[in-house]
Design a protein around this ligand. Structure first.
Ligand code: AHR
Length: 511
């Protein structure tokens, strides 16, 4: 049996909830775009080819912002190929994913889709094979009202009003040797600085994300951020982070504790940003865009999933990395969202990678159904319920020893308080595989008056920790009512099932 005491004080808070933390990512990769969000001819497709069954699930998932169009894809992409009459668009080779790109879906289609999905657009530019000129042309095309070459081309292509895209990524993973146009930190830092300057001369209201490390394991992690920001600190607003995790060799305890690594990774990037800020005597603050994160089973991929096998035929939208997520993955994803939220003073944007089919919370089949993976649920609940202020929790928990992270708390939690609606939302994971956890909540400055809702995701009665939602059983794992919430004269005690993630919402009054 595990136990935790969580102390919450109304006056100890971290930041307002950055709503852009609940972002997703759509890349031209595998079946994310084609047969994912876009499939003309599907029974549920609208007149523009958007799958309305997928759109409904996206709205239910509730992302606030979606990064597009890549990913590794963007480092070889010509954005001009994806605008204008579809019949005139060139068919190209995408070297990043060994795929034929028809360009049937491009910028205008994505803008239309994002309006339907009710999300903000975060546009990535190609700084792999391209540079300053193509980047400033794209900003002019997207954001300038009219009367100039590129803005008038947009209008002729059917969009009279500017797209007004505020968030832009200055390339993707250019620290990685696999990236088309891979660069040293000096090369990228100068390019990012000059590209950012030119883009902001076209539209000074935009916000720019410089490429950070592709993972904490990169040999250049730390020095890359330091060098890039030494060049570009004054021109950029965010530096990116990417991280993917998986269960290695049956070491489930370490996997369940991987949010500890995510916390440390974020703390390291914050320290590096602030070191450059101090040394350069800068006054403005650069924050973090954690614009790719998820569980991704990178080792143990079957041969179908290896994108760089040149002997494979060039194909349109092949099946790539369509991981089926289980109960354990969903609990881990819940704790990653906790990590992002408790760093909400510095992590202002985050994008789970990717939205549909490709390591995704939503799956779809060509001509067939769409459904929710297990990892859909923590994201959907936190995107809706995390409102107002992020509270600073003091958690004192029993611990489990792990190989990779030392002793890890059995109970991991984060909370938000929305003064306007009078709601306190508590998100809490029990990482223990073999026992319930009891959690006592000590509230200071707030008094819980009612439990509004309490739901839990855990191992289903007829399943185990590896149970997943598959096409034949799409609802095997979901949320169910959490019975173990006791509220007695303001005192709160939760009883959480083994291996579970819960979302509990209280009505609270100031006390
Ligand atoms: O999300 C899948 C891939 O992971 C992205 O294309 C790339 O940026 C990262 O390595």
């Amino acid at each position: 049996m595990s136990h935790a005491r969580i102390t919450i004080d109304r006056d100890f808070s971290i930041a307002d909830v950055p709503r852009r933390l609940f972002g997703q990512f759509v890349e031209h990769m595998g079946r994310c775009v084609y047969t994912g969000i876009y499939e003309p001819g599907h029974p549920a497709a609208d007149a523009r080819g958007f799958r309305t069954d997928v759109l409904e699930l996206v709205r239910e998932l509730g992302p606030t912002v979606v990064r597009y169009p890549g990913g590794n894809f963007v480092s070889g992409y010509r954005w001009e190929d994806g605008v204008g009459p579809v019949a005139d668009r060139p068919v190209r080779i995408d070297g990043a994913w060994h795929t034929i790109e028809t360009n049937a879906f491009g910028l205008h289609e994505f803008m239309d889709w994002s309006r339907e999905a009710e999300v903000e657009v975060m546009e990535a530019i190609n700084l792999g094979t391209r540079g300053v000129e193509e980047a400033r042309a794209l900003v002019e095309y997207a954001n300038h009202p009219g009367g100039t070459y590129w803005s008038d081309l947009r209008r002729r292509n059917g969009a009279e009003d500017p797209f007004d895209i505020k968030l832009w990524c200055l390339g993707n993973e250019l620290d990685g040797p696999w990236q088309i146009g891979h660069k040293t930190a000096h090369e990228y830092g100068r390019l990012a600085q000059e590209t950012a300057k030119a883009m902001k001369l076209v539209d000074p209201t935009i916000e720019l994300v410089a490429v950070g490390s592709s993972s904490r394991q990169m040999p250049t992690f730390g020095t890359w951020e330091h060098t890039v920001l030494t060049h570009a600190y004054d021109e950029v607003d965010y530096v990116s982070m990417h991280a993917y995790y998986q269960e290695h060799d049956g070491d489930v305890a370490s996997f369940l504790g991987d949010a500890v690594d995510m916390d440390a990774f974020i703390d390291g990037v914050v320290a590096t940003i602030d070191a450059v800020k101090a040394a350069g005597k800068h006054t403005r603050q650069v924050d973090i865009s954690f614009d790719e994160w998820n569980v991704w089973y990178q080792s143990g991929l079957d041969s179908e999933d290896q994108p760089h096998q040149v002997e494979k035929a060039w194909r349109e939208h092949p099946r790539l990395i369509e991981d089926a997520y289980n109960v354990t993955d969903a609990v881990v994803v819940g704790t990653f969202l906790h990590s992002l939220l408790r760093h909400g003073d510095r992590v202002k944007i985050a994008n789970q990678a990717q939205l549909v089919n490709v390591i995704a919370p939503i799956r779809s089949e060509e001509g067939g159904p769409a459904w929710r993976q297990t990892i859909f649920w923590p994201f959907a609940r936190m995107a809706r319920m995390a409102q107002g202020r992020i509270l600073r929790l003091a958690v004192s928990s029993t611990k489990t020893p792990t190989t990779r992270h030392g002793d890890v708390d059995d109970v991991d939690a984060v909370a938000t308080w929305d003064e306007e609606s009078g709601r306190l939302a508590l998100f809490v994971a029990n990482r223990s595989l073999d026992g319930e956890a009891t959690v006592d909540l000590d509230l200071y400055g707030l008094r819980a008056t009612a439990v509004r809702s309490a739901e839990v995701l855990t191992v289903p009665e007829d399943g185990d920790r590896l149970t997943a939602n598959l096409v034949g059983a799409p609802d095997a794992v979901g949320l169910r009512p959490l019975d173990g919430v006791a509220l007695d004269d303001g005192a709160v005690r939760l009883t959480l099932p083994a291996l579970s993630w819960s979302a509990v919402e209280f009505d609270v009054a100031r006390s």
